[in-house]
Design a protein around this ligand. Sequence first.
Ligand SMILES: [Zn+2]
Length: 125
Amino acid sequence: MCDVTELRCRCLAPECNVDAFHETDIGADSTSSYFSNVSFFDCRFCGSRWLYCSVAEEVFSRPNRWYRGPISLKQSRTITPEYAAEILAILPWYFCGGSDFDTNGRVASGPVSIDMEVDATEVAL
Ligand SMILES: [Zn+2]
């Protein structure tokens, strides 16, 4: 018997390592008072595209928080770093993690903060 979960691509695991993706950096959110980074992550295994945002207190340090949400290629054509938080917030769900959330990755939805204030609400997939 084949386990259904094995058929899901590894990018669908909240804690999936960033090595699984080809990263296209699209810049920083200039409205953030911290060190933000916004990228497209293309899965090396299934080709799906993700919007990835990370925020750190110190440049080059591990992110205090990060978000990774599934987006379409069409959506990605219009995304700017300043708009990334809004896009993530309207997605049905996204992954988030980092020291602020005390997790290596979990599923969440709702408002996203490229600063440090708003927490994400945990949801079940
Ligand atoms: Zn994948």
